[in-house]
Ligand binder design. Structure first.
Ligand code: SAM
Length: 250
Protein backbone atom coordinates (compact mmCIF):
# COMPACT_ATOMS: atom_id res chain seq x y z
CA UNK A 1 0.00 0.00 0.00
CA UNK A 2 2.79 2.44 0.87
CA UNK A 3 3.80 2.79 -2.77
CA UNK A 4 0.29 4.11 -3.57
CA UNK A 5 0.19 6.85 -0.94
CA UNK A 6 0.13 10.39 -2.33
CA UNK A 7 0.37 9.14 -5.90
CA UNK A 8 -1.88 9.26 -8.94
CA UNK A 9 -1.62 6.01 -10.85
CA UNK A 10 -1.99 6.25 -14.62
CA UNK A 11 -4.44 3.57 -15.76
CA UNK A 12 -7.88 2.06 -15.45
CA UNK A 13 -9.32 2.55 -11.98
CA UNK A 14 -11.37 -0.64 -11.93
CA UNK A 15 -8.40 -2.98 -12.37
CA UNK A 16 -6.34 -0.64 -10.18
CA UNK A 17 -8.86 -0.82 -7.32
CA UNK A 18 -9.17 -4.60 -7.73
CA UNK A 19 -5.45 -4.87 -6.89
CA UNK A 20 -5.88 -3.14 -3.51
CA UNK A 21 -6.76 -4.92 -0.23
CA UNK A 22 -10.15 -4.68 1.54
CA UNK A 23 -10.80 -1.74 3.88
CA UNK A 24 -7.59 0.15 3.06
CA UNK A 25 -8.97 3.71 2.67
CA UNK A 26 -11.04 5.95 4.95
CA UNK A 27 -12.92 7.91 2.34
CA UNK A 28 -13.66 7.92 -1.38
CA UNK A 29 -14.54 11.20 -3.11
CA UNK A 30 -15.14 11.05 -6.82
CA UNK A 31 -16.97 12.16 -9.91
CA UNK A 32 -17.02 9.61 -12.73
CA UNK A 33 -17.46 10.51 -16.39
CA UNK A 34 -21.22 11.13 -16.83
CA UNK A 35 -21.54 9.38 -20.20
CA UNK A 36 -22.63 12.77 -21.54
CA UNK A 37 -22.03 12.02 -25.19
CA UNK A 38 -24.55 9.18 -25.10
CA UNK A 39 -27.32 11.74 -25.52
CA UNK A 40 -30.78 11.77 -27.07
CA UNK A 41 -31.16 15.54 -26.89
CA UNK A 42 -29.89 18.44 -28.88
CA UNK A 43 -27.18 19.07 -26.32
CA UNK A 44 -24.31 16.73 -27.11
CA UNK A 45 -26.22 15.08 -29.98
CA UNK A 46 -24.52 11.67 -29.82
CA UNK A 47 -21.19 13.35 -29.37
CA UNK A 48 -21.43 15.39 -32.56
CA UNK A 49 -21.91 18.54 -30.60
CA UNK A 50 -25.33 19.94 -31.49
CA UNK A 51 -25.87 23.18 -29.59
CA UNK A 52 -22.79 22.45 -27.51
CA UNK A 53 -20.39 22.09 -30.44
CA UNK A 54 -17.92 24.39 -28.70
CA UNK A 55 -18.22 22.82 -25.25
CA UNK A 56 -14.96 21.33 -24.01
CA UNK A 57 -16.67 18.00 -23.25
CA UNK A 58 -17.56 17.43 -26.91
CA UNK A 59 -14.05 16.04 -27.15
CA UNK A 60 -14.63 13.76 -24.16
CA UNK A 61 -11.79 13.47 -21.65
CA UNK A 62 -8.55 13.33 -23.66
CA UNK A 63 -8.22 9.55 -24.11
CA UNK A 64 -11.74 8.63 -22.89
CA UNK A 65 -14.67 9.60 -25.14
CA UNK A 66 -17.58 9.30 -22.63
CA UNK A 67 -20.07 7.66 -24.98
CA UNK A 68 -21.03 4.10 -23.85
CA UNK A 69 -24.33 2.32 -24.43
CA UNK A 70 -26.32 3.18 -21.27
CA UNK A 71 -26.57 -0.42 -19.95
CA UNK A 72 -22.85 -0.91 -20.32
CA UNK A 73 -22.21 2.40 -18.55
CA UNK A 74 -24.47 1.39 -15.63
CA UNK A 75 -22.75 -1.99 -15.31
CA UNK A 76 -19.31 -0.32 -15.33
CA UNK A 77 -20.27 2.24 -12.68
CA UNK A 78 -21.80 -0.46 -10.45
CA UNK A 79 -18.55 -2.44 -10.70
CA UNK A 80 -16.60 0.70 -9.73
CA UNK A 81 -18.90 1.45 -6.77
CA UNK A 82 -18.59 -2.16 -5.59
CA UNK A 83 -14.82 -1.73 -5.49
CA UNK A 84 -14.98 1.70 -3.82
CA UNK A 85 -17.12 0.27 -1.02
CA UNK A 86 -14.93 -2.84 -0.64
CA UNK A 87 -11.89 -0.59 -0.18
CA UNK A 88 -13.60 1.62 2.41
CA UNK A 89 -13.15 0.91 6.14
CA UNK A 90 -16.20 0.25 8.39
CA UNK A 91 -15.88 3.87 9.61
CA UNK A 92 -15.67 5.23 6.07
CA UNK A 93 -17.86 6.57 3.29
CA UNK A 94 -18.04 7.18 -0.45
CA UNK A 95 -19.07 10.58 -1.80
CA UNK A 96 -20.12 9.92 -5.42
CA UNK A 97 -20.98 12.96 -7.52
CA UNK A 98 -23.29 12.57 -10.51
CA UNK A 99 -25.81 14.44 -12.60
CA UNK A 100 -29.47 13.71 -13.21
CA UNK A 101 -30.63 13.94 -16.80
CA UNK A 102 -33.82 13.48 -18.76
CA UNK A 103 -33.20 11.29 -21.81
CA UNK A 104 -35.97 10.46 -24.28
CA UNK A 105 -38.55 11.67 -21.74
CA UNK A 106 -37.26 9.43 -18.94
CA UNK A 107 -35.50 10.62 -15.79
CA UNK A 108 -32.01 9.20 -15.35
CA UNK A 109 -31.71 9.76 -11.60
CA UNK A 110 -28.95 7.15 -11.50
CA UNK A 111 -31.18 4.71 -9.60
CA UNK A 112 -29.88 1.83 -11.74
CA UNK A 113 -26.33 2.65 -10.69
CA UNK A 114 -26.89 3.15 -6.96
CA UNK A 115 -29.48 0.43 -6.23
CA UNK A 116 -28.37 -1.92 -3.43
CA UNK A 117 -25.48 0.25 -2.19
CA UNK A 118 -25.70 1.73 1.35
CA UNK A 119 -27.09 5.16 0.46
CA UNK A 120 -27.34 7.37 3.54
CA UNK A 121 -28.11 10.77 2.04
CA UNK A 122 -28.00 12.90 -1.06
CA UNK A 123 -26.45 16.34 -1.10
CA UNK A 124 -27.35 18.86 -3.76
CA UNK A 125 -24.42 20.79 -5.18
CA UNK A 126 -25.77 24.04 -6.59
CA UNK A 127 -23.39 25.32 -9.22
CA UNK A 128 -23.35 28.81 -10.67
CA UNK A 129 -25.38 29.54 -13.81
CA UNK A 130 -24.10 29.45 -17.37
CA UNK A 131 -25.49 30.14 -20.80
CA UNK A 132 -28.77 28.50 -21.77
CA UNK A 133 -29.17 28.16 -25.53
CA UNK A 134 -32.51 26.38 -25.28
CA UNK A 135 -35.70 28.48 -24.82
CA UNK A 136 -37.60 25.31 -23.86
CA UNK A 137 -35.66 24.56 -20.66
CA UNK A 138 -34.77 26.33 -17.44
CA UNK A 139 -31.01 26.46 -17.02
CA UNK A 140 -29.88 23.35 -15.08
CA UNK A 141 -27.69 24.31 -12.11
CA UNK A 142 -27.46 21.33 -9.79
CA UNK A 143 -25.61 18.06 -9.41
CA UNK A 144 -26.15 15.32 -6.84
CA UNK A 145 -23.60 13.92 -4.41
CA UNK A 146 -24.61 10.46 -3.18
CA UNK A 147 -23.26 9.71 0.29
CA UNK A 148 -22.83 5.95 0.71
CA UNK A 149 -21.84 5.27 4.29
CA UNK A 150 -20.43 2.27 6.12
CA UNK A 151 -22.25 1.54 9.41
CA UNK A 152 -19.77 3.38 11.70
CA UNK A 153 -19.31 6.48 9.53
CA UNK A 154 -19.74 9.77 11.39
CA UNK A 155 -19.10 13.40 10.51
CA UNK A 156 -16.78 15.47 12.70
CA UNK A 157 -18.55 17.66 15.31
CA UNK A 158 -20.59 20.53 13.82
CA UNK A 159 -20.11 19.44 10.18
CA UNK A 160 -23.77 18.36 10.07
CA UNK A 161 -24.70 22.08 10.21
CA UNK A 162 -23.61 22.47 6.57
CA UNK A 163 -27.11 21.24 5.55
CA UNK A 164 -27.69 19.19 2.41
CA UNK A 165 -27.64 21.98 -0.20
CA UNK A 166 -24.16 23.31 -0.96
CA UNK A 167 -23.50 26.25 -3.22
CA UNK A 168 -20.08 26.48 -4.87
CA UNK A 169 -19.33 27.98 -8.29
CA UNK A 170 -17.61 25.65 -10.72
CA UNK A 171 -13.86 25.89 -11.24
CA UNK A 172 -13.00 28.10 -14.21
CA UNK A 173 -9.19 28.21 -14.41
CA UNK A 174 -8.50 24.55 -15.15
CA UNK A 175 -7.57 22.82 -18.42
CA UNK A 176 -9.73 19.82 -17.47
CA UNK A 177 -13.27 20.04 -18.99
CA UNK A 178 -15.11 19.02 -15.79
CA UNK A 179 -13.12 19.71 -12.63
CA UNK A 180 -14.53 19.83 -9.10
CA UNK A 181 -14.20 23.20 -7.37
CA UNK A 182 -11.58 22.81 -4.62
CA UNK A 183 -13.89 24.28 -1.88
CA UNK A 184 -16.50 21.56 -2.57
CA UNK A 185 -14.02 18.76 -1.93
CA UNK A 186 -12.45 20.67 0.95
CA UNK A 187 -15.93 20.75 2.55
CA UNK A 188 -16.30 16.97 2.18
CA UNK A 189 -12.86 16.03 3.47
CA UNK A 190 -12.87 18.51 6.34
CA UNK A 191 -16.28 17.17 7.42
CA UNK A 192 -14.61 13.81 8.17
CA UNK A 193 -11.54 12.67 10.05
CA UNK A 194 -10.42 10.49 7.11
CA UNK A 195 -6.65 10.13 6.89
CA UNK A 196 -6.49 8.46 3.46
CA UNK A 197 -8.75 9.61 0.62
CA UNK A 198 -9.17 7.76 -2.68
CA UNK A 199 -10.35 9.32 -5.94
CA UNK A 200 -10.52 6.68 -8.70
CA UNK A 201 -11.39 9.31 -11.34
CA UNK A 202 -8.80 11.88 -10.28
CA UNK A 203 -8.90 14.11 -13.39
CA UNK A 204 -6.98 17.31 -12.66
CA UNK A 205 -6.15 16.36 -9.06
CA UNK A 206 -8.70 18.40 -7.11
CA UNK A 207 -9.28 15.66 -4.51
CA UNK A 208 -5.52 15.37 -3.96
CA UNK A 209 -5.19 19.11 -3.39
CA UNK A 210 -8.14 19.23 -0.99
CA UNK A 211 -6.65 16.26 0.91
CA UNK A 212 -3.27 18.00 1.23
CA UNK A 213 -4.98 21.23 2.38
CA UNK A 214 -6.44 19.21 5.23
CA UNK A 215 -3.13 17.42 5.98
CA UNK A 216 -4.57 14.12 4.75
CA UNK A 217 -3.14 11.59 2.28
CA UNK A 218 -4.58 10.60 -1.09
CA UNK A 219 -4.51 7.86 -3.71
CA UNK A 220 -5.72 8.49 -7.23
CA UNK A 221 -6.29 6.72 -10.52
CA UNK A 222 -6.66 8.47 -13.85
CA UNK A 223 -6.79 6.96 -17.35
CA UNK A 224 -5.41 9.97 -19.21
CA UNK A 225 -1.71 10.82 -19.07
CA UNK A 226 -2.60 14.43 -19.97
CA UNK A 227 -4.66 14.82 -16.79
CA UNK A 228 -2.15 12.95 -14.62
CA UNK A 229 0.39 15.57 -15.73
CA UNK A 230 -2.05 18.43 -15.07
CA UNK A 231 -2.78 17.00 -11.60
CA UNK A 232 0.87 16.48 -10.70
CA UNK A 233 1.67 20.01 -11.82
CA UNK A 234 -1.17 21.46 -9.70
CA UNK A 235 -0.05 19.41 -6.70
CA UNK A 236 3.57 20.54 -7.11
CA UNK A 237 2.43 24.19 -7.32
CA UNK A 238 0.24 23.77 -4.24
CA UNK A 239 3.10 22.21 -2.24
CA UNK A 240 5.53 24.92 -3.39
CA UNK A 241 3.10 27.64 -2.25
CA UNK A 242 2.61 25.87 1.06
CA UNK A 243 6.38 25.68 1.62
CA UNK A 244 6.76 29.33 0.70
CA UNK A 245 4.18 30.43 3.25
CA UNK A 246 5.79 28.19 5.89
CA UNK A 247 9.11 29.96 5.32
CA UNK A 248 7.57 33.43 5.30
CA UNK A 249 5.85 32.63 8.64
CA UNK A 250 9.23 31.87 10.28
C1 SAM B 1 -15.55 14.03 -14.26
S1 SAM B 1 -13.86 13.76 -14.57
C2 SAM B 1 -13.13 13.98 -12.96
C3 SAM B 1 -12.66 15.37 -12.72
C4 SAM B 1 -12.02 15.59 -11.35
N1 SAM B 1 -13.00 15.45 -10.29
C5 SAM B 1 -11.33 16.96 -11.26
O1 SAM B 1 -11.59 17.69 -10.31
O2 SAM B 1 -10.54 17.29 -12.16
C6 SAM B 1 -13.71 12.04 -14.82
C7 SAM B 1 -12.29 11.58 -15.13
O3 SAM B 1 -12.29 10.14 -15.22
C8 SAM B 1 -11.25 9.76 -16.14
N2 SAM B 1 -11.51 8.36 -16.52
C9 SAM B 1 -12.34 7.86 -17.47
N3 SAM B 1 -12.31 6.52 -17.49
C10 SAM B 1 -11.44 6.14 -16.51
C11 SAM B 1 -11.00 4.88 -16.02
N4 SAM B 1 -11.43 3.74 -16.55
N5 SAM B 1 -10.11 4.85 -15.00
C12 SAM B 1 -9.64 6.02 -14.46
N6 SAM B 1 -10.02 7.25 -14.90
C13 SAM B 1 -10.92 7.31 -15.89
C14 SAM B 1 -11.39 10.79 -17.25
O4 SAM B 1 -10.20 10.89 -18.01
C15 SAM B 1 -11.72 12.07 -16.45
O5 SAM B 1 -10.55 12.83 -16.18
Amino acid sequence: MDSYINRIILGDCLSGMQALPDACVDLVVTSPPYNLKNSTGNGMKDGRGGKWANAALVNGYATYDDCMPYDEYVEWQRACLTEMLRLTKPTGAVFYNHKWRVQAGLLQDRREIIEGFPLRQIIIWKRAGGINFNPGYFLPTFEVIYLFAKPDFKLVPKANAHTDIWEFPQEMKNPHPAPFPVPLIHRIISSTDAQLVLDPFMGSGTTAIAALMNQRNYIGFEISATYVNVANQRIAEFLAQQNQSLFSDQ
